[in-house]
Ligand binder design. Structure first.
Ligand code: SAH
Length: 263
């Protein structure tokens, strides 16, 4: 990935330098829409875990949901992110909460995971599976689950079948697999899972735990990046994203999808 200039108007947040993205987001509790309550609600649908489940948290970021999973299961958790800065933050939390060896952070890519076939009881991915694609990720990860194992992911989803042209264009450009919940469930089923539950994340998951802390970061971030063109453009892109959410939040949202590998 490379930095970009003001001339390039179609640049997406993801096209920016990864270190810069990491520096911006690593200080937050969550790097995407979500909350402890939503993580716990999703966990509540997972009824058949063994007493000491083996769990992977993919695209864990700084580990907000990892901590929740560790506190509310007796599982052994491997939390994976490809940004070393995120794993550093996660490691701090593992130490703070004294999880010991039960929770480990791993620098690695979600499309090349180091698990064995049939090793895991639960694969968790909040706000991250889109990096390799909802369909690709679900298909690729299934083999790591035991029969009876679960997948739980959040994914950007249309909440209505009709929507204004501006948001349709913006999200189709930024999130190439945009679909309704029904469309996403079909993908989940065709990837070899039985649907267990879906629910829409409430607006508080976007505003209270994500955008409100995000907008407070702009000034310090721009200062730290010496007001570089790339940093300025990055902040503009995030402001645009926040504005789109404020304007069109009835039309799209994050949905939690929980599925089970049955055989
Ligand atoms: N789950 C966290 C973080 C979501 S942000 C939360 O909900 O708060 C998405 C995370 O996925 C980022 O930390 C990013 O570094 C990570 N990521 C992006 N592409 C990845 C890849 N190919 N492999 C592993 N992690 C990746």
């Amino acid at each position: 990935m490379s930095t970009t200039s003001h001339e390039d108007k179609t640049v997406l947040v993801e096209d920016f330098d990864l270190n810069m993205i990491c520096n911006f987001f690593r200080v937050l509790d969550r790097q995407g829409p979500g909350s402890e309550e939503a993580t716990l609600k999703a966990l509540g649908f997972i009824e058949h875990l063994p007493s000491r489940p083996k769990i992977a948290d993919i695209g864990c970021g700084a580990g907000g949901q990892t901590v929740t999973l560790a506190r509310h299961t007796k599982g052994d958790i491997v939390a994976v992110d490809f940004l070393p800065g995120m794993i550093e933050e996660l490691d701090k939390r593992i130490r703070q909460h004294r999880f010991g060896k039960r929770v480990t952070g791993l620098i690695g890519s979600m499309d090349d995971l180091p698990f064995h076939e049939g090793e895991l009881d639960l694969m968790w991915a909040e706000g991250s599976i889109y990096h390799m694609g909802f369909e690709n990720g679900l298909k690729a990860w299934r083999r790591f689950l035991k029969p009876g194992g679960y997948v739980a992911v959040t994914e950007m989803t249309w909440l209505t079948t009709e929507r204004p042209a501006e948001i349709e264009r913006y999200l189709n450009e930024n999130c190439p697999e945009m679909d309704t919940t029904a469309g996403k469930l079909k993908v989940l089923e065709e990837a070899g899972y039985s649907p267990v539950a879906t629910f829409v994340l409430p607006e508080s998951c976007w505003i209270d735990t994500y955008y409100r802390p995000v907008v407070k970061l702009y000034d310090a971030f721009l200062e730290a990046e010496n007001h570089s063109d790339a940093a300025t453009l990055f902040v503009e892109r995030i402001k645009e994203e926040v504005a789109m959410y404020e304007r069109y939040r009835s039309y799209f949202g994050y949905v939690f999808y929980i599925g089970r590998r049955m055989f």
